[in-house]
Write a protein that binds this ligand. Structure first.
Ligand code: SAM
Length: 274
């Protein structure tokens, strides 16, 4: 954890180092012409995850704290007895990293993990899972039809999903509908809009590390440039918390994570009213 006194110089150093690293990525981006920025429409988000599924685990594995933060958000659901008797939803499960966090935290629970990307789900399915974990291919918006009346659920984790929803209020409404009254939800997400400091650190880390690394590993940084832009454009915490209240949650509050992500990645928690 960088002490507050050292944060500004550290960010400036990161930003200074950024220029050299950015140049080849920027050159590559321009070389690909107008089609390069393919991740612009909501419909394209899962297609882009399809394309980058093979390298996803490797890239996020290089991000210190990624797995621990998912486990932290899973624990913050606060379910008793290792999840015995509970059925949990992991929406936007991707390659199953958030599913693994749920499973580790609640090994006695049944888990239904949902994602819109065929390729991300294929990576998830090829891992080893107990019979209590089931994967479903569906958009969050289509959960009701995809789950065929299964539920209500005793807890829900949405890790890095909500920012990607084309209509966040409608999407959140669907997630909340699938919770039992009083059941908890954890929205694990980036949010920097309320803090100039968090925005500066986010941009420095993206352009110094994440985008160049994505480009080196995949030869195409568009998903990582989308990540940078979409986080900058996403709700501040106040706005996100209000969306959750408006979608039918009570006791909405936010808790931080540690590491460079402090103030950038958050667990936003709530419970279905009623
Ligand atoms: C950044 S990944 C997060 C994966 C996993 N939760 C994790 O923490 O590693 C976001 C995932 O959300 C999925 N996604 C995006 N929009 C979606 C939607 N509307 N419905 C379901 N999944 C969606 C993408 O396909 C992608 O796999």
């Amino acid at each position: 954890m960088i002490s507050p006194r050292l944060r500004t110089p550290a960010v400036l150093a990161l930003a200074a180092g950024t220029a050299a690293l950015v140049r080849p990525v920027w050159r590559s981006a321009r070389g690909r012409g107008p089609g390069f920025d393919r991740v612009s429409a909501a419909a394209g988000v899962s297609a882009q995850f399809d394309q980058d599924a093979a390298s996803y685990d490797r890239l996020v594995g290089a991000n210190p704290g990624y797995h621990e933060h998912l486990r932290l958000s899973a624990r913050r659901l606060g379910l008793p007895d290792r999840g015995a008797g509970a059925t949990l939803l992991d929406v936007g499960c991707g390659t199953g990293l958030s599913t693994a966090a749920l499973l580790e935290t609640y090994p006695e629970a049944r888990i239904v993990a949902v994602d819109a990307s065929v390729e991300m789900l294929a990576r998830a399915r090829e891992k080893s899972w107990p019979g209590t974990v089931r994967f479903v291919h569906a958009r969050a918006e289509d959960l009701t039809a995809a789950l065929g009346g299964e539920g209500p659920f005793d807890g829900l984790l949405a890790a890095y999903l909500v920012r990607n929803l084309p209509d966040r209020d409608a999407g959140l409404g669907v997630l909340v509908e699938h919770l039992a009254p009083g059941a908890p939800i954890a929205v694990h997400e980036y949010s920097v809009a309320d803090s100039p400091y968090a925005r500066a650190v986010w941009s420095a880390v993206c352009w110094a590390v994440i985008i160049p690394l994505g480009w080196r590993v995949t030869g195409d940084a568009s998903l990582y440039r989308y990540l940078w832009r979409s986080v900058l454009a996403f709700d501040g915490l106040g706005r996100l918390e209000q969306r959750l209240r408006d979608s039918g949650l009570r006791d909405v509050h936010t808790r931080p994570v540690d590491g460079w992500q402090r103030g950038i990645v958050h667990t936003v928690l709530g419970r279905r009213s009623g």
